[in-house]
Write a protein that binds this ligand. Structure first.
Ligand SMILES: NC(=O)c1ccc[n+]([C@@H]2O[C@H](COP(=O)([O-])OP(=O)(O)OC[C@H]3O[C@@H](n4cnc5c(N)ncnc54)[C@H](O)[C@@H]3O)[C@@H](O)[C@H]2O)c1
Length: 277
């Protein structure tokens, strides 16, 4: 499958390399030419992706990195993992907007676009899809598929949950989109958890991040992280996760890797309440 992963940062690179390893023909698209140059030379900037893994998929031809949008034409599926920083407490979705425009311009009938970036509920259906439709002049749910599936990379988890074994929530704007998106992630993750729609998953991701911040702020130690992760189990984000998950938050683009207390962001406003990241 001709796969594009837009944004080759902490979220996008592991997904792109894993997708290449399981048989997709992956283009890692990033607007930062310096990052692309490093990746094309086999230099990984992400701990979870050692450079030898990157080199293996580069050498096999399964993965390539580019800043040239023209190479995206004809993709079957595209994942969006671009930054969504908070600026003065307001979510900056300009990277999602720019990326949606680019993917829309290169979208063919039958393609699928999945958003992975952390964002407020409604982003997939109210922001992403309209931009894709306007840029492509075709209709979501008729001519292409779309959905949301949040990344749950947890750099500090100590219980052995890896990229592949952490349950992956998946959603689609309609039943067909969900089927296609679930099928894609089924080949990459051990457990996928289908959810009723993008808004539910977008909110779930924020609730999960928020609970992490609140519980850490309540003084619970990071050692409890293992319990929280256990609680999530096969259901993805379960009650156990909400009640028990402890660890780090704010590990994402806006903040760098910082502990939740002091480093995480808790925000109330702009259509969202929660910890971003
Ligand atoms: N890092 C984490 O642990 C983590 C975990 C879960 C969720 N997230 C979320 O995932 C998203 C991505 O985070 P990240 O940590 O990978 O960010 P990052 O800053 O490490 O990487 C983002 C990449 O996207 C590129 N980019 C920006 N605009 C682009 C565009 N229009 N088209 C293509 N590429 C573009 C940047 O050059 C950069 O290389 C954010 O919404 C973040 O909140 C991050």
């Amino acid at each position: 499958m001709h796969t594009v992963i837009a944004g080759q940062g902490y979220v996008g690179l592991p997904l792109a390399v894993r997708a290449a390893e399981v048989g997709h023909r992956v283009i890692g698209y990033d607007t930062d030419p310096h990052r692309v140059q490093e990746l094309a030379a086999g230099q990984s900037h992400v701990e979870d992706v050692p450079s030898d893994r990157l080199l293996a998929v580069l050498n096999s031809g399964a993965y390539s990195a580019t800043a040239d949008a023209a190479e995206l034409a004809g993709y079957d599926i595209a994942g969006i993992s671009v930054p969504t920083p908070l600026r003065d407490g307001v979510a900056d979705l300009s990277h999602i907007e720019a990326c949606a425009q680019t993917l829309g311009e290169h979208l063919s009938r039958g393609a699928t676009v999945v958003l992975e970036s952390t964002t407020y509920p409604g982003t997939t259906e109210e922001l992403l899809v309209p931009i894709l439709e306007a840029a492509s002049s075709v209709e979501a749910g008729v001519d292409f598929f779309a959905g949301f599936s949040p990344e749950r990379i947890a750099p500090n988890n100590t219980k052995g949950w890896s990229f592949e074994t952490t349950p992956k929530l998946v959603s689609g704007i309609d039943a067909e989109s969900l089927d296609v998106i679930k099928g894609f992630y089924d080949g990459i993750f051990e457990i996928t958890v289908p959810v009723s729609g993008p808004k539910v998953v977008e909110l779930t991701k924020l609730i999960k991040n928020t609970s992490t911040v609140l519980e850490a702020a309540a003084g619970l130690g990071s050692g409890a992280q293992a319990d929280g992760r256990d609680g999530e189990g096969g259901a993805g984000f379960g009650r156990g996760a909400l009640l028990n998950s402890i660890g780090w938050c704010g590990t994402c683009s806006a903040l760098g890797s910082k502990p939740a207390v002091g480093g995480g962001v808790f925000t109330v406003g702009y259509r969202g309440v929660g910890c971003w990241g």
